[in-house]
Design a protein around this ligand. Structure first.
Ligand SMILES: [Cu+2]
Length: 142
């Protein structure tokens, strides 16, 4: 007689490797970003615009009772175009100089270079009609 070998399929119980990782530890290092709490600009000129590269003339806008830009550097050898985009009369005065001009609403003023008229230096810019709010700063270079 032949013995029937009954092969029982061996069931390999695969032990599910339940990787019980800790999972609770984040790899992020606190304090590594430091984005918040930075030092704010202090208005020491770091926000000023250099217009010396604008060519033979640069443009300033008078808009919403502000000089735009309100702080800039320009060369005395450059001409200036001042655009009054408001509906009110504005004025462009460089304090301690003879530069003072009115610009009617919607109008623009084209000024000649000020070489020999204004010495290089830092000056306060004002609209004499809207003091004290409408002020700026201009740095004149040669
Ligand atoms: Cu004004």
């Amino acid at each position: 007689m032949r013995t029937l070998a009954i092969v029982l399929g061996a069931v390999f119980a695969l032990t599910a490797a339940a990787c019980g990782g800790d999972g609770g530890e984040d790899a992020q290092e606190p304090g590594a970003t430091g984005v918040t709490g930075g030092t704010a600009p202090t208005g020491d000129g770091s926000n000023c615009v250099d217009l010396t590269g604008e060519g033979v003339a640069f443009t300033i806008r008078l808009e919403k009772n502000e000089f735009i830009p309100s702080c800039f550097t320009a060369s005395a050898s450059q001409g200036i175009t001042i655009v009054n985009a408001d509906t009110a009369l504005h004025n462009f005065t460089i304090q301690d100089t003879q530069i003072s001009v009115d610009i009617p609403p919607g109008d623009e003023f084209n000024g000649e270079p000020i070489t020999g008229v204004v010495d290089p230096g830092v000056y306060v810019l004002v609209c004499k009609y809207h003091l004290p709010g409408m002020v700026g700063e201009i740095t004149v270079v040669a």
